[in-house]
Design a protein. Structure first.
Length: 133
């Protein structure tokens, strides 16, 4: 079950943990720094499902992600699934970017995170994430 990790959220998908280590604003964009760790004994494929990633604010606004990265892969030239084989027990950094978020949004009510191992996307939900200025 997801638990609190300092003031940020931690989630689980199969043998992976997903930690949100930072959420911050730059102008009209909101960024999430994430760390994904593979707890399996061997390298394992981890994919971000870009089409599932969605942010909701307290006022009912919904926003799709505009850019994601995990390890050395990013969504600049790729499709809806971005990822790589992650080594065992090594934290791998990633980033999510959402554009055109109103300045009054200071807390993310819900972040729907999509994860896959190339066999369908699973939602991992994170709630009540403060946005640093």
């Amino acid at each position: 079950s997801p638990g609190r990790h300092t003031s940020f959220n931690s989630g689980k998908f199969r043998s992976f943990t997903i930690d949100i280590t930072n959420c911050y604003r730059e102008g009209d964009d909101i960024f999430f720094d994430i760390v994904v760790t593979n707890h399996a004994n061997d390298p394992a494929l981890f994919l971000l499902c870009r089409h599932v990633l969605k942010l909701y604010d307290r006022n009912g606004g919904a926003y799709d992600t505009t850019w994601v990265s995990i390890g050395t892969e990013n969504s600049n030239n790729l499709g809806t699934h971005i990822g790589d084989k992650l080594p065992s027990e090594v934290p791998v950094k990633g980033k999510l970017r959402f554009r055109n978020i109103p300045s009054e949004v200071t807390t993310i009510k819900l972040l729907e995170f999509g994860a896959s191992q190339d066999d369908g996307c699973v939602k991992v939900n994170f709630r009540d994430i403060p946005v640093a200025e």
